[in-house]
Design a protein. Structure first.
Lengths: 1065, 391
């Protein structure tokens, strides 16, 4: 079937801000799909509230709306742009839900807009629990005994008939939000109540617990003519019970015989055919470990995280093919872009093993529960490819960048065999390491299997690794042993540690015996056909297929690894744009990265893609082969910056700002000297290594002080301390992670925080714009609402900021990007920190000013000047719009996490509000982040004493908007005294009804709670905040944010929003 | 112990020895299936060849006797990247190492199978030797390798005497229908996709040219009584039993080596009894009716080849194992027309005969290993027999 000629203009819905359960994979999918649509001559209108994405670039779509993803906004866009079709299956659950909303309301039909790809009826069949169950029953595909309930009583009654434990899954939520396993009635009632509230349709599926079964997934494609293929299957090492997003996943399945493999494959095809899905689809099965019984767990009628993983694992571009199918093509009409010869209607054959590990955020949320459940918690993931499972696992571990490089990285050696067996019952992110220690302590594989239900095959593979550790410790390092250790991808560093040699000695020995990494191609066909796509992975003891190319100048672009809090999709945006810019300038480009969710690891972004860990050793393997003319580190976040020194040692020139200058910005003393020389003030402070030193500095400066490690991103470990005791507490936490770098203690200044990104060519600078944070200093810049153009500082201050930026960039000899944060107190401007590299505001400021600063920075690095690029240096003219970047959090996903904002970053993503006025932009930004008020017009205020004055002003404004204000005792008293009719509520430990009862009553729009200082989480405030978050109530912990919210509500017009096509800026 | 794989072009791979400890010379081919090595090993079509699995981790789930497609493994040798040191699966009866030893099949592990595959892809299928003798003399070995041919292998693999496979009389005999298996705590019969006994009461003669067991089972599960005949059975004997339909199975080797059988196949064709043929059977029918076959550079062996059914336009993913193919350019349109083509390279995947109720496919609707998508062809064969009966 050729392309449908009626499709000329398509609205593509993105997935919005990055949250746990919906991450960068949708930028990857959306970008691939948009490019694919444009390739077919289709005009693309894109809507996505997330400015950090590549898909919202004007070269990806023809019209770009970075607007809140609500039904109303979409209706407005459709009315304005008049697309003939809408593609909702590439924007994750968020996009799908929106598409359905418009379809169900009849809006699409009345505006003659066709839903492309899978039909609404199909989506309902797959998403609605009851319809899905009925459909499965009809075609004889089994589901676990289950029932959809809409109230707690029905749930309890049903479970009486099937018995505990049961799994609970709310309908239409992301990443399993609000789900869980209940072992008794108390747990059942609790989880059920929560799930019913979170579900868009108030439905929760209660089902027979199949925890412990094998979890197997199939990625399936189907076209309009009914042709079906499975792109790949994947086996979760963690049995059913852990969300697949948090599981260790291997592709293809390892422990299934052809009979089981084909049984489930046929079932997957049977399901996709019955549902009549056109496009991509993910089917999850639970397979009984000792029989042929299986259950269909779930079907996602859209591209998903798993499909991104499957795409990268096989080389099969699922999103691209899905887009072509949506246009009417059949699978056999689409070319396999890897081979260029065969068609897309085939199933990739892998000749390697792929392992995916989740990147969990417990390093950010120290108080959170580490246990893994059906509720996804990972913010990102890493993937690795090797010829064997052991090697793939080892490579994936070190790709995580969590200070782990082997199975010894978490030390459980002080536990006895019995204690380990007990510990194995806890399903958390460290379980693999516990299994390894149990194996070392002689616990039998059968016992471990009995407890964990993990297949013996995987446990044996872990045993292979622990046996190798023992051999390296005990035996002399023969060539054979070294070869074998490298075959399993033991890094030199670990071999050195185990053998007592130095890393250099190990490396030397390797080179002497020719034990070097070889690179193999990912070609979708196990070498059966010749492929031309340069997508490589490394392994040892093999023939090398990657050829050193010569001719053009060659640049190495280091990616940013897994998505984590503090280092998100923004850096992938920067890496991809830098790659394109260098490519345009005639360079051969090489990307190294290990994140399967991102655009940068798509095989057609760079000339060559190496899917590898980003450690010095792994990078060196590539450098030795490719001998690049230079490396770019300033776009890949801290991951890439950390590799600077190693790259220089390898003799690879760092392009752009030199390493010494990067150091000068991070090194306290060097930087102080630069500030002195440039006459720029900063908060007084000192460099320390011990708690004692820290206390001395703090007392000299006077509390409060800011304590933070150097060389980190996202303010990891940063805290405001108000006394000696807190200093000790923080220093202990910081020092838990080995510190090569000193810790900084600064006087804490409170003022307006200002942020600037600039391009410097060595002489001139270009500042696209100045951003101002709504929250005062003390809240991490990534968690602050950021406003462009800066709206409360005057021209004089702006000039001063531009001048300081120019001085700093020059003094640091910046070539490329620089990011600076300032504090403005009155007319005074202090510098907080300088990062001579890209930052998370780069995509945002580029889009809202229309100045492509990554491209410019890349050109500057190549040798052009700002003037040559057609720009007048200095601070650029402000645009006529106000653009506000709003942080978005995923607190509800992380049980026990402290939600109050501080110097350590906690947000997972961001969205944008862009409008002609500050108020409307603010309103849009809140709306985009999910704050859709007012609803019940009731709120709770409970603030610390120091904040009462400001709380009065804010309370009064909310009251004027018709809000009923509840407040705890002292806050209520203060409000009443000021003439606000606040209603007093009891504190938690007092008699009912308390503030908690109020929150649980589901009639509250908003809680404003400013935390008392200190990190004691047992305080009331912590409980109130957690309860609010977990029951879906908006909770603000900064009065600045609250003030912004009330401002936006005061001016919110119920009617139309002003749409801004960013592609026209 | 060290082992060596020496190829006709002089390339030597060093690995470790697995299976039986003896030297072997054979034609080296590769298979890209990621699961299903026991079925590959027991597929008689591999007689006279040594198989390299391109998936690097082999033996993970051991060998389940129930999954064997014939009574023994047939390849002369087995070549893998890594042999799992333990088998893990609830049905596993033995490890692959034990299995190879038991049936005296030598093999080699630990070699770069991807490099070998690339070599075979570039240079075409080659002969090779697996040996544990480190002091081999390459000058002496190469002429022996070049001299090797698979020869007349069908006679080695076909059954000695005819036998019956009784058709299922009710669905329960087939074991659970896929999707409805419920764990009983016992090792269960594997599930079937067959949901109807639509062949009940029919009798099919199946000529065993090196048959995979699941061809007979696919018929029997649909209720058909099957008589399996040795490859060299005269056509008269088969036709004398008045079967409702005839099936020609898969099998090993160069179809042109089967002159005697082709003559009998011609008679079966002439008889007007509905015929469905698979793989070697398909090639023999083509040769018997005047078409030609040729050898592919490195064959199709795996579970991911797309086949287009020209009758419906649908594309199915198929299980394949063939080194020879029917030449579509030299087809007589008055005899047969292409019914199925490979969506990748456009080669012939099946023929519909114009004058007789005969259709044949190059690939494997019986799967095992590989996708089960083409099982519908057995139903098409049943329909063809119905038409024949009514006519």
């Amino acid at each position: 079937m050729p392309k449908n000629p009626n499709v000329k203009k398509v609205l593509v819905i993105g997935s919005g801000p990055i949250v746990i359960g919906q991450a960068a994979e949708f930028d990857y999918a959306g970008t691939q799909a948009c490019r694919s649509l444009k390739e077919e001559g289709v005009e693309v209108v894109l809507v996505n509230s997330n400015p950090a994405t590549i898909m919202t670039d004007k070269d990806i779509a023809d019209h770009v709306y970075i607007e809140p993803l609500t039904g109303k906004v979409l209706e407005q866009i459709i009315e304005k742009e008049k697309p003939d079709s809408i593609l909702p299956t590439l924007g994750g659950q968020a996009g799908l839900n929106l598409g359905m909303e418009l379809e169900e309301s009849g809006f699409l039909a009345s505006h003659h807009v066709t839903l492309l790809g899978t039909t609404a009826a199909t989506i309902r069949k797959a998403e609605d629990r009851q319809e899905f169950k009925d459909t499965m029953e009809k075609i004889g595909e089994p589901c676990a005994a289950s029932k959809v309930v809409e109230n707690i009583e029905d749930g309890v009654a049903f479970v009486k008939s099937i018995g505990y434990p049961v799994v609970l899954r709310p309908a239409y939520t992301l990443g399993g939000s609000g789900g869980g396993i209940a072992h008794n009635q108390i747990e059942l009632e609790e989880i059920l109540a929560n799930g019913l509230r979170l579900s868009r349709v108030g439905q929760v599926l209660v089902e027979r617990c199949i925890a412990g079964w094998k979890e197997i997934e199939y990625e399936v494609m189907r076209d309009g003519a009914g042709n079906c293929i499975t792109v790949c299957n994947m086996e979760n090492i963690d049995p059913v019970g852990v969300h697949t997003g948090d599981s260790i996943v291997v592709a293809p399945s390892q422990t299934l015989s052809d009979k089981e493999y084909q049984m489930l494959r046929s079932a997957a095809l049977n399901i996709i055919s019955e549902l009549a899905i056109t496009g991509g689809c993910n089917v999850q099965f639970a397979l009984h470990p000792t029989s042929f019984e299986y259950c269909v767990i779930e079907v996602n009628p859209r591209v998903s995280r798993s499909s991104a993983l499957a795409s990268k694992a096989t080389g099969y571009p699922i999103a691209k093919v899905a887009a072509k199918i949506a246009l009417g093509y059949t699978l056999d009409e689409i070319t396999n872009s890897i081979t260029g010869k065969t068609c897309a209607c085939f199933e990739p054959a892998l000749d390697y093993c792929v392992v995916k590990l989740p990147r969990l955020p417990f390093d950010k949320f120290l108080t959170a529960k580490r246990t893994l459940t059906t509720q996804m918690k990972a913010t990102g993931e890493v993937m690795s490819i090797c010829q064997n499972f052991e090697g793939a696992l080892m490579k994936a571990i070190r790709s995580l960048e969590q200070h782990v490089d082997c199975l010894l990285s978490y030390d459980f050696s002080d536990l006895s065999a019995d204690e380990l067996k007990e510990r194995l019952r806890i399903v958390d992110d460290q379980r693999t390491y516990v299994i390894a220690e149990a194996l070392r302590k002689g616990v039998s594989q059968e016992d471990i299997h009995e407890i964990t239900q993990i297949d013996i095959w995987f446990i044996d593979k872990l045993a292979v690794l622990t046996e190798m550790e023992a051999r390296l410790r005990e035996e002399p390092l023969s060539t054979e042993l070294l070869k074998e250790a490298k075959r399993m991808e033991f890094p030199d560093q670990v071999i050195a540690k185990l053998t007592g040699m130095s890393e250099d000695e190990v490396r030397q020995k390797r080179y002497e015996h020719g034990i070097t990494a070889a690179f193999k191609m990912v070609d979708t066909c196990a070498a059966e056909f010749e492929a031309s796509t340069p997508y490589y992975y490394s392994c040892f003891g093999s023939e090398n297929e990657a050829v050193r190319t010569t001719g053009r100048k060659k640049v190495l672009v280091l990616g940013s690894g897994p998505i984590r809090i503090g280092q998100g999709i923004e850096f992938d945006y920067c890496s991809v744009h830098a790659t394109w810019a260098f490519s345009r300038a005639g360079y051969e480009t090489i990307i190294i990265n290990n994140n399967p969710e991102t655009v940068s690891t798509d095989f057609d972004i760079a000339d060559k893609l190496y899917f590898e860990p980003l450690t010095p050793e792994d990078v060196e393997n590539i450098v030795r082969l490719e001998e690049p003319d230079g490396a770019i580190v300033q776009f890949g976040g801290q991951t890439a910056i950390k590799l600077t020194e190693s790259l220089m040692k390898m003799g690879v020139p760092i392009l752009g700002t030199r390493a010494e200058d990067v150091d000068a910005a991070e090194d306290r003393e060097l930087f102080d000297r630069i500030l002195e020389q440039t006459q720029i003030p900063r908060a007084a402070g000192g460099t320390v290594y011990t708690a004692q030193e820290a206390k001395e500095v703090a007392n000299r400066l006077g509390y409060p002080v800011l304590v933070r490690p150097s060389y980190v991103l996202g303010g990891q470990g940063m805290q405001i301390a108000i006394n000696d005791q807190e200093i000790e507490e923080f220093m202990e936490i910081i020092n838990r992670i080995a510190q090569d770098h000193p810790i900084l203690v600064d006087k804490y200044l409170q003022g307006k925080e200002i942020e600037v990104d600039a391009v410097c060519d060595g002489t001139d600078i270009l500042i696209p714009g100045i951003m101002e944070h709504i929250e005062r200093t003390g809240v991490h810049s990534g968690d602050s609402i950021s406003v462009y153009p800066a709206h409360t500082i005057d021209e004089k201050v702006k000039e001063k900021i531009a001048e300081y930026t120019r001085r700093l960039a020059k003094a640091l000899h910046v070539k490329g990007l620089i990011n600076i944060q300032f504090i403005a107190i009155g007319e005074e401007v202090y510098v907080i920190e300088v990062n001579p590299r890209s930052s998370r505001t780069v995509p945002y400021i580029s889009k809202v000013t229309g100045i492509p600063i990554v491209d410019l920075a890349s050109e500057v690095i190549i040798g052009k000047t700002i003037r040559e690029l057609g720009y007048e240096p200095g601070l650029q003219k402000e645009v006529d719009y106000v653009a506000i970047k709003m942080p978005v959090f995923s607190f509800e996903k992380i049980r026990g996490a402290e939600i109050s904002l501080g110097p350590e970053m906690k947000s997972t993503g961001e969205c944008l509000g862009i409008a002609p006025t500050f108020q409307e932009a603010l309103y849009k930004a809140f709306l985009g982040s999910g704050v859709d008020l007012p609803r019940f017009k009731q709120m709770i205020i409970t603030v610390k004493d120091a904040d009462k004055g400001e709380a009065i002003e804010i309370g009064r404004r909310f009251e004027r908007l018709g809000y009923t204000i509840y407040a705890t005792r002292s806050t209520a008293a203060a409000l009443r005294e000021a003439g606000i009719r606040a209603r007093k509520v009891n504190k938690i430990q007092q008699e009912s009804p308390t503030v908690m009862d109020l929150i649980l009553g589901h009639k509250i729009d908003l809680v404003i709670d400013t935390p008392t200082q200190g990190r004691d989480k047992s305080r009331d405030g912590f409980l109130i905040r957690r309860t609010a978050i977990e029951t879906g109530v908006n909770c603000l912990t900064s009065l600045d944010t609250a003030r912004a919210l009330v401002t936006s509500l005061e001016t919110a017009r119920a009617g139309e929003l002003t749409l801004v096509d960013v592609a026209e800026l | 112990m060290k082992a060596f794989l020496i190829l006709e072009d002089g390339t030597v791979f060093e690995g470790i020895h697995i299976g039986a400890r003896r030297e072997m010379i054979s034609e080296i081919v590769f298979n890209t299936s990621m699961a299903g090595y026991p079925e590959v090993l027991t597929d008689p079509s591999y007689a006279g060849q040594a198989v390299c699995m391109t998936y690097p981790l082999i033996g993970n789930y051991g060998v389940c006797t129930e999954d064997m497609e014939s009574v023994r493994p047939w390849p002369d040798g087995f070549i893998v990247r890594e042999l799992s040191r333990i088998p893990s699966n609830f049905r596993s009866d033995k490890s692959i190492g034990q299995f190879l030893e038991e049936y005296d099949v030598p093999g080699i592990a630990g070699i770069d199978t991807r490099a070998l595959t690339r070599l075979l892809r570039e240079k075409g299928t080659m002969n090779g030797m697996i040996t544990t003798d480190a002091s081999y003399n390459i000058e002496e070995v190469l002429p022996r390798l070049r001299a090797y041919t698979t020869g007349k292998v069908v006679e080695r693999v076909t059954c000695r005497e005819k036998y019956q496979v009784r058709g299922a009389r009710d669905m329960a005999e087939n074991g659970p229908v896929s999707g409805s298996a419920v764990y009983t705590g016992q090792k269960e019969k594997r599930p079937t996709l067959v949901r109807r006994l639509n062949g009940a009461g029919k009798r099919v003669a199946l000529l065993d040219l090196g048959m995979k067991r699941n061809i007979a089972d696919s018929l029997a599960q649909r209720g058909i009584d099957v008589t399996v005949y040795p490859a060299f059975t005269p056509a008269e004997e088969i036709l004398g039993e008045q079967p409702d339909g005839i099936m020609l199975s898969n099998g090993p080797g160069d179809p042109k080596e089967c002159g005697d059988i082709i003559r009998e196949v011609r008679k079966l064709y002439e008889s007007g009894v509905p015929v469905f043929a698979i793989c070697l059977g398909h090639q023999l029918m083509a040769l018997a009716t005047g078409a030609d076959t040729y050898k592919l550079k490195y064959g199709h062996r795996g579970g991911n080849h797309p086949v287009k059914d020209l009758q419906t336009g649908r594309v199915y993913i198929s299980s394949q194992n063939h080194g020879y193919v029917v030449d579509m350019d030299r087809l007589d349109a008055r005899t047969a027309r292409p019914a199925f083509v490979n969506a990748n390279d456009g080669t012939c995947e099946g023929l519909a005969y114009v004058q007789k109720p005969v259709f044949t496919v190059q690939y494997h609707p019986e799967a095992c290993p590989g996708p089960q998508d083409s099982g519908y062809l057995f139903d098409r064969f049943i329909e063809m027999m119905e038409v024949g009966k009514n006519a």
